[in-house]
Ligand binder design. Sequence first.
Ligand code: PLP
Length: 503
Amino acid sequence: MSQKERVGRPGRRQNDDGGTPGGDGYDQARFTDGDRYEPLLSEKNSREVEVETELPGELTRDSLELPALSEPELARHYTRLSQMNYGVESGPFPLGSCTMKYNPPFTEDIAALPDAAVHPGRDEEKMQGTVGVLGRLSDYLARIGGMDAVTLQPPAGAAGEYTGVLVAQAYHEHNGEDRTEVLIPDSAHGTNFASAALAGFDVVELPSGEDGRVDIDALAEALCDDTALLMLTNPNTLGLFERDIGEISEMVHEAGGLLYYDGANLNALLGRARPGDMGFDIMHYNVHKTFATPHGGGGPGAGPVGVVEELAPFLPTPMVRETKGGPTDRGDTTGELSYELYEPEQTVGKVHGFLGNWQVLVKAAAYIARLGEDGLADASAKAVLNANYLAEQLDYEVPFGPFHHEFVASADQDAADVAKRMLDYGVHPPTTKWPEIVDEALMTEPTETENRRTLDQLATAFNAVAREDEETVEAAPKRTAARRIDQVGAARNPRLSWHSLEE
Ligand SMILES: *Cc1c(COP(=O)(O)O)cnc(C)c1O
């Protein structure tokens, strides 16, 4: 098989086997032109280059084949590649649970300021600005979540979960309790199960009730002296608020357990309700979801963890705090530090290098500061309105509801096929086949950043696919740069070098 065939040539140019989607409204629903093929730079033109170097001969080659292209050719190559890709700047990205909102570039401008590029190994007195931003962000997040202390160190939501689970473990151990079980509803994100198992806990899966929420009877039955933690996502992955959260919190605490909040869905509550007020003891924040830092492609992100006062001594080190004098303005020459780093007394240790993913954190701080309290509340209101509006427009069955920030539609086609077919309409598909309690789940989260025109356009794409016959949907995608790929193979055995294409 040749290299070009492997990376997938577009159907339309090679053979006209149904490359153009037939559904009504195709043109209205289209967001990108993915149907191109772009050769590797070295395929375009390359030449042998003599290598001259002072390095020892055994470490170097005599000659090297390198692409030989003009600057415009190079610029066009990368522009075409970017057009073959799909991002939130190409069109809506309704990937449920991932909160793929549009990221305003002002946060990038701030992160790119020369003063923001600080070597993390500097002493804290030589980077008071950086430490001060982190201190303020911890404070913002604590207020948003209703928590008493926040670590910014974990580099992702999953890493935040793991950190939170370690904190719970340390807390129970400190109290001389040997609690071995973590309870997790079946609708939870896979990382919840993984985080608890990685920390050495036995995972007990709770079945959802008829209404898609925590089944209180099942919870009562599962709670026991072994319960260390209940991990909950609220609103859950169906976009439903756990109405009984007050009762759930009482039950868990009564049993001596702690309550963990998976903050990936915080976008639904932002500025309106706080996990801390609902009785949660530990939570993580998905900074790259809720606070508009770009994600996708695996990061980088940040997953700060907030805890109630009792658990603060167990947080990772170092933490940031304001010194007694409080923040001083730049240029103040009292010589006193405004912020300092400290190690919590019973810390679980370090969970990431230095202070965490600073470049991601500074964007989140800028975003929160710019929106302010009213802006955050406005974001969650629109996120909820948009999800409910879009759910109403779809021809697919949408069980449960009304929703918070996302909903899960049930496709009568194979959900993975629907997702592939949506790519032909030039739109990013929703999350599929999860949670498993909905058949052929299409978990859809439009976010607050899409307006009504875009939501209507998105609904047109969904509904066009809903009307198509099985054969067409199963054969998708036809118009993308790569056709059906081996997804499991790509995840388990990634080939990260083009050299492997030559094999
Ligand atoms: C995204 C997500 C996570 C994991 O967060 P990452 O930042 O991707 O590691 C956990 N729980 C839920 C519900 C999520 O959507």
